[in-house]
Design a binder for this molecule. Structure first.
Ligand SMILES: *Cc1c(COP(=O)(O)O)cnc(C)c1O
Length: 292
């Protein structure tokens, strides 16, 4: 993974940690979650890495890119049997050599079941299977490197905001930062009230006693996962025009809208500094025509 310096763009006391500008073809948080699996494949002599995702998955996109660059074969198990979703994401992944297996929505529901996973592990042996979204303790351990970047690049930052999908990146931050930090995770999902439990379960064992202050906010999903409402659309377009920073509608747009709203209504003090993690996801913009 490339170690490009991370620029902090600053406006109105909000700084952006630009993970979207790191990682080359696999920008954002995904490379942090995945790198352990590439070491593991090497260590075990496994030829292939397998994982799951939808037709616009940032996770599969990053896996395919890293596999191509590091010389490891990749297999993407993709939701949607009708192949209607011939997305730009899937074109990239195929171009980078990822073998795509389409499964029905029904079959896809079994993605976290051991017996279902075993079928793919054997079919593509010798292989290592990565849970959907890289949601694992190993993935969270990889994200502890983001905490190191924060300490190096933004040593004064104490209030960190990060978008949350599986909670793996959040778990890495909680594990890597101490009690002098406050970490707010903005859930991209509607009503995922088990996320607090999930983040706890993802904490690397060595970090079980982390004392960072953290919580997950559930009111900024804008209609649900990958859904967009008028408010989000207008906010993102205005934000990009004013600040010249591209966002994705699934995660980073909702996070910045949350920050904007919490400050505008006085829940968060407008003059207090916030460090927001730009986790990438910009390839997914191609799925939203209004983003041009
Ligand atoms: C996957 C992703 C997230 C969510 O990360 P988790 O570790 O699953 O919580 C956030 N932002 C972007 C851009 C992503 O692609």
């Amino acid at each position: 993974m490339s170690d490009t310096p991370v620029l902090g763009v600053s406006f109105d006391h909000v700084s952006l940690l630009r993970l979207d500008q790191t990682g080359g073809l696999a920008p954002g948080n995904k490379a942090f979650k995945l790198r352990h699996y590439f070491f593991e494949a090497k260590r075990l002599g496994a030829a292939r890495l397998i994982s799951f995702g939808g037709p616009w998955s940032n996770h599969l996109h990053a896996l395919a890119a890293m596999g191509c660059q590091l010389g490891v074969e990749t297999v993407g198990i993709v939701r949607g049997e009708l192949r209607e979703e011939n997305s730009a994401m899937l074109s990239d992944a195929r171009r980078w050599g990822m073998h795509i297996v389409y499964v029905s929505r029904e079959d896809y529901r079994q993605r976290n079941e051991a017996a279902y996973q075993q079928k793919f592990i054997e079919r593509f042996a010798p292989s290592v299977l990565i849970p959907e979204g890289g949601a694992s303790r190993a993935g969270a351990r990889g994200c502890m490197a983001v905490a190191d970047i924060i300490r190096r690049k933004a040593p004064l930052a104490r209030h960190i905001v990060v978008p949350v999908g599986t909670g793996t990146t959040m778990a890495g931050l909680v594990a890597g930062l101490d009690e002098s930090f406050e970490i707010d995770g903005i859930s991209a999902l509607k009503g995922a009230h088990d996320l607090t439990q999930r983040v706890k379960a993802l904490l690397p064992r060595s970090a079980r006693n982390s004392r960072a202050h953290w919580r997950i906010l559930h009111d900024y999903h804008c209609g649900g996962f990958a859904r967009v409402n008028v408010l989000l659309r207008e906010f993102m377009l205005a934000f990009e025009t004013i600040h010249g920073v591209e966002l994705d509608p699934v995660y980073t747009g909702k996070m910045l809208l949350a920050i904007h709203q919490l400050r505008a209504c006085g829940v968060w003090h407008e003059g207090a500094s916030v460090l927001a993690i730009h986790t990438g996801g910009l390839q997914g913009r191609r799925g939203y025509s209004w983003l041009g």
